[in-house]
Design a binder for this molecule. Structure first.
Ligand SMILES: NC(=O)c1ccc[n+]([C@@H]2O[C@H](COP(=O)([O-])OP(=O)(O)OC[C@H]3O[C@@H](n4cnc5c(N)ncnc54)[C@H](OP(=O)(O)O)[C@@H]3O)[C@@H](O)[C@H]2O)c1
Length: 241
């Protein structure tokens, strides 16, 4: 899709990848609704800032009411915590599934009619390579991302008839504060070369979207997807020595 002149809504823009999405979309000539649970923390000059919690139905409905001119929905916001499925905190596991799966779904259900009205447009869901290769220490998040991948594939089929492109961005490791803190707490020694810079990731994502791609992968995600042709195994991450 053509981004110059488009109107995008991005979730979770107060930090991390979401903020870079908002900045890069503005740089490419789109109008941007930069949304966040805490809008006072959004630092995206030139964007229209909206309060939005994707797991709160009233908040989602209010955003849809306020942003009826959207033709690109970027579902970036999610809890990435989760922990392990068997031993982890069940509330954290639910929060992770709620945001990644039900929150993304709520946004798509609210905005599908708006996208249809505005000519079809596109939805870009931010998934993860752990959708395809689980990761010990955060298996709940990996399972939520697997569910979000299934959701993305289903919605793509359902919205094809109204001309909406449904694309997935599938990153491996992205150098956000959240990822760096996760690696530090897990004793992982992830060198800079193993991680994609958020600004680079977003450029790859938006280039892919402009080219009409439905699955946009970085290097590590390519490896994770290839692993689907063999027996399931966990992603191997380097441990700090
Ligand atoms: N970093 C990576 O290595 C990596 C790799 C693959 C995929 N991803 C995916 O990329 C996306 C962004 O990751 P990130 O590293 O940028 O994460 P991040 O820095 O932790 O940011 C997460 C964002 O999501 C927001 N959020 C969480 N739950 C929300 C909710 N219910 N409603 C609205 N906003 C909510 C957070 O808001 P608050 O500040 O209010 O919590 C924050 O703005 C996620 O979907 C993640 O799964 C990241």
């Amino acid at each position: 899709m053509e981004l110059r002149g488009a109107t995008a809504l991005v979730t979770g823009t107060n930090r991390g990848i979401g903020r870079h999405f908002a900045l890069e979309l503005l740089a490419r000539g789109a109008r941007v609704y930069a949304t966040a649970r805490r809008p006072e923390l959004v630092d995206v000059p030139g964007a229209d800032v909206l309060r939005l919690d994707i797991t709160d139905p009233a908040s989602v409905a209010a955003a849809a009411e306020a942003a009826g001119d959207v033709d690109l929905l970027v579902n970036n916001a999610a809890s990435t915590a989760g922990g392990n499925l068997v031993t982890g905190d069940l509330d954290a596991i639910r929060t992770t599934m709620d945001s990644n799966y039900y929150g993304t779904l709520a946004m798509i259900r609210a905005f599908a009619p708006i996208l249809a009205r505005n000519g079809g447009g596109a939805v870009l869901n931010v998934l993860s390579g752990v959708a395809w290769q689980t990761v010990d220490g955060n298996t709940a998040y990996a399972a939520a991302k697997s569910a979000q991948w299934g959701l993305t594939n289903g919605v793509r089929v359902e919205l094809a008839g109204q001309g909406t492109l449904v694309a997935a961005l599938v990153p491996g490791l992205v150098a956000t504060t959240t990822m760096k803190e996760f690696a530090r707490d897990a004793g992982l020694d992830l060198g800079a070369e193993a991680m994609t810079e958020p600004a680079d990731l977003v450029r790859i994502a938006l280039d892919g979207l402009e080219a009409g791609e439905i699955e946009i992968l970085d290097g590590l995600a390519v490896v994770a997807k290839r692993s689907l042709s063999g027996p399931p195994r966990a992603l191997e991450l380097p441990t700090a020595s």
